[in-house]
Write a protein that binds this ligand. Structure first.
Ligand SMILES: [Zn+2]
Length: 285
């Protein structure tokens, strides 16, 4: 590969151009084969390829769609190593978008620069991008250093709003996941940071930075509106390069792989924390 090609590839990978797709049309539900004479087999192997369904109560969103999600670390084929972290780091947060939301890849699905890798050529508003199941994108391939991701990777997860904004024209608000304070906003081009009293840090990216609902240093309460889901992004040269319409969401914690290792303050996978928060949201809790 020539140097210009490498540069182009690096730009493509780093630009987070959303690519959405249809991959998740297969939401086939497992048939329940409960028979009165045969006790349920607790050893029945899980099928990791199937979306995880809610056990008894099917959770549905405001449009009546049944919520499901793929396991943590189960990324689209050829989109990166992923990181199978099932930890719910913050069990009390509010889901960071007010409305329904869809976690999935912005780069490797319809509308993304790498959509063709999995046969997902098309625009970001493809209906399949706005459907369940959710899919993890933590440690998706990126040219970024991340200690959780071998060879670097995507340091957060990408969340589509309830509707595809360029076609719907609707407004979808991102909200404070917890009580905290807006920090480091001055001069920030596409990132809003929210820090809690105990140090947990959230990063919200690609909001409409010209119409934020918060100012630097502002104390916010859980659920308070921060900004509108948008597509603001700038490349490493400082040029405006709009991404897909989505919220990139990161969560920093003190993390140590074991007790002997000193913890580092870094991005951890927010995937299962968000699954937990969304389930509580759908239950109306
Ligand atoms: Zn992202």
């Amino acid at each position: 590969m020539t140097n210009p090609e490498k540069t182009l590839l690096a730009l493509l990978l780093s630009a987070s151009i959303a690519a959405c797709d249809n991959y998740t049309n297969e939401t086939e539900e497992p048939v329940e084969t409960e028979e009165p004479n045969e006790p349920a087999d607790p050893e029945e192997p899980a099928e990791p390829e199937e979306p995880i369904e809610e056990e008894n109560d099917f959770l549905t969103d405001s449009e009546g769609r049944e919520f499901s999600y793929l396991p943590a670390g189960d990324l689209l084929p050829n989109s990166g190593p992923g990181h199978s972290d099932t930890t719910i780091y913050r069990p009390d947060i509010i889901f960071p978008l007010e409305d329904a939301a869809f976690l999935n890849s912005q780069v490797y699905r319809y509308g993304g620069s790498q959509g063709s890798v999995n046969g997902m050529e098309g625009g970001q508003c493809n209906a399949a991008n706005y459907d369940y199941p959710w899919q993890d994108t933590f440690c998706e391939s990126r040219s970024r250093s991340q200690i959780m991701c071998p060879d670097g990777g995507h340091e957060g997860v990408d969340i589509r709003a309830a509707t595809c904004i360029p076609s719907s024209g609707e407004t979808h608000w991102a909200v404070a996941a917890e009580n905290g304070r807006i920090v480091g906003l001055d001069g920030s081009k596409y990132t809003v940071k929210l820090q809690t009293e105990d140090g947990t840090l959230y990063r919200y990216m690609h909001l409409d930075m010209s119409q934020l609902a918060v100012v630097d240093g502002e104390s916010v309460v859980k659920g308070q509106r921060i900004g509108k889901v948008w597509n603001d992004f700038f490349n490493s040269s400082g040029e405006s390069v709009p991404t897909t319409y989505h919220l990139h969401f990161e969560m920093y914690q003190n993390y140590a792989p074991d007790e002997e290792t000193d913890p580092v303050f870094d991005q951890v996978s927010p995937y299962m924390t968000l699954v937990n928060a969304y389930e509580r949201k759908l239950r109306g809790e």
